[in-house]
Write a protein that binds this ligand. Sequence first.
Ligand code: URA
Length: 412
Amino acid sequence: MHIPTLISHKRDGGELDPREIQQLIKGYTSGEVPDYQMSAFAMAVFFRGMTPVETAALTRAMMDSGDRFEHRAGHPPVVDKHSTGGIGDKVSLILAPLVACAGCWVPMVSGRGLGITGGTLDKLESIPGFRVRIELAEAADLLEKLGVVMMGQTDRFCPADKKLYSLRDVSGTVPSIPLITASIMSKKLSETLDRLVLDVKYGSGAFMRTKKDAEALAASMIAVGKEMDVEVHALLHPMSEPTGRAVGNALEVAEALECLDGGGPEDLRKVVLDLSETIAGVSREKLEALLDDGSARRKFDDLVAAQGGNPDDLPKLADIHKAPVIREVLAETTGKVSKVDAGLIGQAALQLGAGRAKATDGVDFAVGFDQLVKVGESVHAGRPMCRIHARNHVDFDMAEAMIEQAVGIDSH
Ligand code: URA
């Protein structure tokens, strides 16, 4: 196969044969196809797009680049959810144990935060000792024992995606619907699922800024699921305000625990139930009962213990990761909250150190926001709108200014 010809064909708007895509990805994974050719190819796809058949072929080729889950005969329904990423999105921490309680297997392979959106692995690692590096054999044992595992992508799991995603990150080719589709779906379908629900976010705090783009991404991922015979559902959620009231790694785990204990912010509980309902195979009432009667929380504790953490640390997370400066931001006027700009809050959390600007950066587990007001709530002058957890006073002042800009209040 002559790679420059293949790249030129895509550059000129041609359609590639699935076998060509398969060979390209195979060559890229083995190192035969260098980064400079792959980045030219990614840019050609960025401008020219891909047909559903090409996108499915790319997804399959990336799946074929590594190992997949192989579930034993007679296994329960294997399900998962994927979110395209948002601010304060701690849904996975609740949904995975909850759906496992409903009798499903949830082999959840998650990612780290990048840019303003947080990542499930970073949140989990704020629990001391929690191991996210799990090989497939151990994952299979955890599924058998608990029905759930929460882990990162290993070197043997979709290696082509791992390589290509890093390349896209530095070559201006991340926001391409076929490339995002193949990246996400190759990882999720390598879990060998029966059902998948996609939480596609749009708005200032999301990858997809408009609902139209989110619909196009959802349709592309559903089409690939269909090609691969997996039931894929997609729910679209606006990400104009953060999910829940907490943003930041340990702070989000604390809020997820509230939800696992049957409480927590209403919007968080609703999105957990909306997504869980589409894959769990039990009623919403049953799922609510599993949250309210402590079952989901017990499952999460068991998962933490099985993956190296100590469940006794969970109630103490706020003390384990206590930022040096914890102070409230007070409202200047009385009125109704008209906006809480998720994009700005995400940016502020990133600048506090809760997220990473580059894939190789570390994250600060302690910093972020909690007790954040929600759109539609009343606030009073001099009363708190949120609490900032910062490393120092300079960071606090920066975050306070950003919060004041992010929160809009309509005065009466
Ligand atoms: N998440 C992924 O895993 N891949 C993408 O391309 C975008 C988001």
